[in-house]
Write a protein that binds this ligand. Structure first.
Ligand SMILES: [Zn+2]
Length: 382
């Protein structure tokens, strides 16, 4: 067994270990047939080795599109105005969105690590001298979206996140940080959290903010999106991955997109729709999409064991109809999200023009730079 420690922006000094076992003879080479890797005492991978070849490593070929794109800078902040008082901080691999509220500046997302957050904080102070950052909103606990939170906590900024994430961060941030001490480990400041399970609102005359839990997503189970009802801007992270600008909708729609759309639709049709904000959200939704009206899983189960030929035929017809409806719904979701994707590209390419865009929600990705979107570059979904 080999055990050591590595630094993690979220976990601090993180134990990492490899366990080699079941040594066997592979054509004269004694090698472990099983290799396990554990990180933070959790299983990371478990390999079963079936063959061993000696000295066959070949050179790694870097694809030209990768070679042509230098690694994004941690310190570079490209500011794009999405609406008056709402800014996208791009320039790196992950974005933050800044909302100027009367009570202070709200930062949505603190991705990556301390270095990125320090650049974001410095830019906020440069653009809004003398103003305080009132809170940082965190969409989920994946490390590339949570690694920069501690830098805000060290500045005394409270973190708004799902209740479960707060419990997790409270525990994780107590880990020792001897390998790479950060500002929070030096200041020993206690984190302050504002939490939610379903919805959280930050009122403001011009730029109110709503945070809504994204329910039923396969990406994360303590997941949130941020909606600016006055500007009709939805900030999301990892629920929607844009494809190449101008590309046709794919034949198979990513289930995460369907889930995001269902969540937007759920909000638009929620019982609080009498309120002005929800009405605005409902209006912002394209009207050409029917809500998915398929049978519940319980109903589906009850059809699964037909007793006679006639029943079987009825079941088959219903299943075919259900399948057809599901396919149709998926393609409609794709058709809707694609125009939104293009709206988003237009938004970041020409913010002034974007402000006059039709009555639609503009999606704002939080983990891709505006410049990348405008150029239509694609990164694999995480
Ligand atoms: Zn994620």
């Amino acid at each position: 067994m080999v055990r050591t420690f590595m630094d993690s922006p979220v976990l601090g000094d993180t134990p990492i270990e490899w366990r080699y076992s079941q040594y066997r003879d592979f054509d004269g080479v004694r090698f472990p047939a099983r290799i396990e890797r554990r990180v933070a005492d959790l299983p990371w991978y478990d390999l079963a080795v079936s063959a061993v070849r000696v000295n066959t490593a070949s050179a790694v070929i870097v694809p030209p599109e990768v070679a042509a794109n230098p690694q994004p800078s941690m310190n570079r902040i490209d500011v794009t105005e999405l609406a008056p008082g709402v800014l996208n901080f791009g320039g790196g691999s992950h974005n933050s969105v800044i909302v100027d509220q009367k009570q202070g500046i709200v930062v949505i997302e603190a991705p990556l690590n301390e270095a990125r957050s320090l650049a974001v904080i410095a830019k906020v102070h440069e653009l809004f001298p003398g103003r305080k950052i009132s809170c940082v909103i965190n969409t989920h606990a994946h490390f590339d979206h949570a690694g920069g939170l501690r830098a805000f906590v060290a500045e005394g900024v409270k973190v708004v996140t799902h209740e479960r994430n707060a419990a997790y961060y409270t525990r994780a941030w107590k880990q020792p940080r001897t390998l790479n001490p950060d500002a929070l480990s030096a200041s020993k400041r206690k984190p302050q959290f504002e939490t939610f399970t379903v919805k959280y609102a930050i009122d403001d005359g011009d730029r109110p903010i709503e945070i809504h839990a994204i329910e039923g997503s396969g990406h994360n189970d303590a997941f949130a999106m941020v909606y600016l009802p006055a500007q009709k801007i939805l900030v999301e992270a990892d629920a929607w991955t844009p494809t190449l600008t101008g590309a046709k909708p794919p034949a198979i729609i990513n289930p995460l997109w369907i889930n995001l759309y269902a969540n937007i639709e759920r909000l638009a049709n929620s019982t609080c729709s009498a309120s002005r904000r929800c009405t605005a959200l409902r209006r912002a939704l394209p009207t050409c999409v029917r809500p998915w009206a398929g049978p519940t899983s319980a109903a589906r189960r009850s059809w699964s064991a037909p007793r006679c030929r006639r029943c079987a035929r009825v079941v088959q017809q219903r299943q075919q109809r259900e399948h057809h409806e599901r396919q149709q719904h998926a393609s409609e979701v794709g058709a809707i999200l694609f125009p939104i994707a293009r709206v988003h590209a237009a938004t970041v390419a020409a913010a002034g023009r974007a402000r006059k865009l039709p009555d639609r929600i503009r999606l704002c990705r939080s983990d891709r730079s505006a410049a990348n979107d405008a150029r239509g570059e694609v990164r694999a979904p995480e």
